[in-house]
Write a protein that binds this ligand. Sequence first.
Ligand code: ADP
Ligand code: MG
Length: 246
Amino acid sequence: MLLKASQLTMAFGAFKAVDDASVAVNEGEVLGLIGPNGAGKSTFFNCLTGDLHPTSGTVHFEGRDVTRLTPEQRARLGIARTFQVPLTFESMSVLDNVMIGAFLRHHAAAAARDKALEVIGEVGLGGAAEASAKSLGTPGRKRLEIARALASEPKVLLLDEAMAGLTPAEIRAAIDLVRQIHRRGITLVIVEHIMEVIVSLADRVVVFHQGREIARGTPSEVTRNELVIEAYLGKRHAAKLSGGTT
Ligand code: ADP
Ligand code: MG
């Protein structure tokens, strides 16, 4: 087991955004995490990465208790993530943004630059290395974030809605990119609303609702699960029919 959350609870006042969640990520797998907006998926990621410290429960990485470690300490151990709302330094170049990730492993600027250029090429932004981050559109920003995460040479990568806002063609390209990252031996946890993405990428899926796990299984198992249809998939279908975006 690579990454393991045990009885994790994140309370904001009396409200539990994550409520007693226990999820283990196996080395080499692609784990999907799904559930309605507000289910606690991003909060759960934040507890895994150290961006939030859980109210109770523990996080273990490679058997080591990392619950009290900072995001940077966890990144050094090999945990990387992208944010649902991309956190890029707008006025800096794509290269400089990605070098921030690379500096975690490389002290010399030249080495960090080489690593950054390598992953920028890998995510398909090779032509834009010198462009400013703000000149990128949504797909470019999503790729930039993935590049910055990859530059830190992670063992596990947490992707929080990395494909939201992309066109169907961009989604297909992003699925290919995620497969390529997985083939490099990086374990993945993906939060995604687009079920086609989950079905085509995830080996296993965990479903959250109101901070709690309500189902787990293969993509085909969870998409047929009555609780999941009731809490999430059915509502999404209904929202789509009425033009909503949930
Ligand atoms: P998801 O990513 O599944 O859509 P989130 O983890 O972003 O859900 O949010 C889960 C719930 O926790 C939501 O109701 C959200 O409003 C609440 N929440 C998230 N962060 C905070 C915070 N810092 N303070 C208070 N409530 C929060
Ligand atoms: Mg979220």
